[in-house]
Design a protein around this ligand. Structure first.
Ligand code: ZN
Length: 494
């Protein structure tokens, strides 16, 4: 793509992200309605408060405030002692009260950062603030009319605003992925961008390299996946550069990303450049956040992805690549640790390596081909550990293990039960018996044997196949290979 070269040569891209995340509280932000409306019929999770009826009073959801503070702590933010909610006034059909309860000048937290890894370099991205507000209702547009579903109205919505520290669409994607990981580890967000529970808007501008002043920015909305974040910003950077290069003007505006066409288009904005007439929310008391409570919440923070990744490399001796894949998905990392906790081999690092291989190769493959997530895996951590145990004790061969694994995954049975039920014989561990079979196979396949000796190494595979057939798969492939090579070399020198 030409864009990257052009950007690198003459222009610098400046991006800041505003990420909205619904919080995983049981009830809504200011009423007791359930937030579990994802698969419910429209307007079934509503009450006079979230419908915006006159004369009702909101009551704060303490859990939502706790989740926001925990997120802010994980993002290295300061938590001021005093905070408050404000009214953001604008009329729109999805806004039931005609105003949104949000936070304006004194958010719950500010001045933090998040670290991304880009091409092996660590880079700190500033976090301006993390604040709390309420989600709006949803409009369902039909041909010529629109319907409103109020279920979403009043769901706690946390907003995380970054500094304009991102310098490429790729960095924006990495930031978004890292942020999502942290939110999921904290258990405050489902992280599901495709369901709209995690949403991202971006401010993007460009400037000639070396210029200090920021260029005119546009705001991009409707990016529903990591991929679309990167694509939309790449498109928009290119569009802005083209305008500048051809002497045209960049207008400050809101643009929507159209996934199907791969372009951003101007949006008739409901709120751009409006005066929101913010004022302190008179129906809610100010928030006094005690340092005791903040410390209590800090103590509840789980191990975060960076720390877990470092531990997997240090303590378990895993490669950076394996550690990355296992920690990107918290549930997969949890599964790995559960298997490790119940498996028995003596050396921790050997055991960790074996568990990582099984999880990353076989378990992930089976999950993918069955389209299920690791938390729904029919193969329990105990079953995985049991399989590794059978291999370790040489009760089954690697080839048999594959079949037993498939069966265990399909049936949910323990591997040792399957081995018993199927009457799988222990592998041939009698070295002499195996050597006799190998000699026999070499004698009966003189063509393959002489091919191998002539340097055609794939002939060895044919001989291994023959031995496995003779032993009905009960020999360990690595032993067979070793004995075969020995015997073949022996007969050459004779
Ligand atoms: Zn309600």
């Amino acid at each position: 793509m030409a864009i990257d070269t052009v950007i690198a040569a003459d222009y610098e891209v400046v991006i800041g992200l505003e990420v909205h995340s619904q919080l995983l509280t049981k009830s809504k932000m200011f009423c007791s309605c359930s937030t579990d409306y994802a698969y419910a019929a429209p307007n079934t999770h509503v009450c006079p408060i979230c419908m915006g009826m006159p004369g009702v009073l909101p009551v704060m959801n303490q859990q939502a405030i706790a989740y926001t503070i925990m997120t802010a702590l994980a993002l290295n933010c300061e938590i001021p002692r005093y905070s408050k909610f404000d009214r953001k006034n604008y009329p729109y059909p999805d806004l039931m009260k005609g105003y949104q309860i949000s936070q304006y000048d004194i958010p719950l937290s500010k001045n933090g950062y998040l670290t991304i890894d880009h091409n092996g370099q660590k880079k700190r991205i500033g976090i301006t603030r993390v604040h709390l507000e309420e989600d709006t209702a949803r409009l369902l547009h039909h041909d010529g009319y629109s319907l409103v579903d109020i279920n979403r109205s009043g769901t706690p919505l946390m907003e995380i605003v970054s500094e304009p520290d991102l310098r490429s669409p790729e960095e924006a994607r990495l930031y978004m992925q890292k942020l999502r990981e942290i939110l999921v580890y904290l258990g405050v967000s489902s992280g599901r961008m495709e369901e709209g529970s995690l949403r991202c808007d971006a401010n993007i501008s460009i400037r000639p390299k070396g210029q200090q002043d920021l260029g005119v920015k546009t705001e991009i909305k409707n990016m529903n996946s990591f991929r679309s974040v990167e694509r939309a910003l790449t498109y928009e950077a290119q569009r802005q550069i083209e305008l500048l290069r051809t002497g045209q003007t960049i207008h400050q505006e809101t643009r929507g990303w159209v996934e199907t066409r791969g372009v951003t288009v101007p949006q008739r904005s409901k709120e751009y450049a409006h005066d929101y007439r913010y004022f302190p929310e008179p129906d809610l008391p100010p928030l006094l956040i005690s340092s005791d409570w903040v410390e209590e919440l800090r103590a509840q923070l789980p191990e975060l992805p960076d720390a877990r990744r470092a531990r997997y490399i240090e303590e378990y001796g895993l490669s950076a690549q394996d550690a990355n894949v296992l920690t990107e998905d918290k549930a997969l990392g949890d599964y790995f640790e559960q298997v490790l906790a119940v498996s028995h081999s003596s050396d921790l690092k050997d055991r960790a390596k074996a568990v990582a291989n099984l999880v990353l190769n076989d378990v992930v493959r089976l999950l993918k081909s069955n389209s299920i997530s690791v938390s729904e895996s029919p193969l329990s951590p105990a079953a995985s550990a049991n399989l590794l145990d059978l291999l370790e004790k040489e009760r089954i061969t690697g080839k048999q293990a594959k079949d037993v694994l498939e069966e265990a995954f399909a049936s949910g049975k323990m591997p040792d039960t399957i081995v018993k039920e199927k009457g799988i014989e222990p592998p041939i561990s009698d070295q002499n018996a195996l050597e006799r079979i190998v000699e026999e196979v070499i004698a009966n396949n003189s063509k393959a044997a002489s091919d191998y000796r002539a340097g055609k190494t794939n002939a060895l595979q044919r001989l291994i196949g023959q031995v496995m057939k003779q032993t009905r798969g009960q020999a360990r492939a690595d032993s067979v290979r070793k004995i075969l090579i020995e015997k073949l070399d022996e007969t050459t020198t004779n």
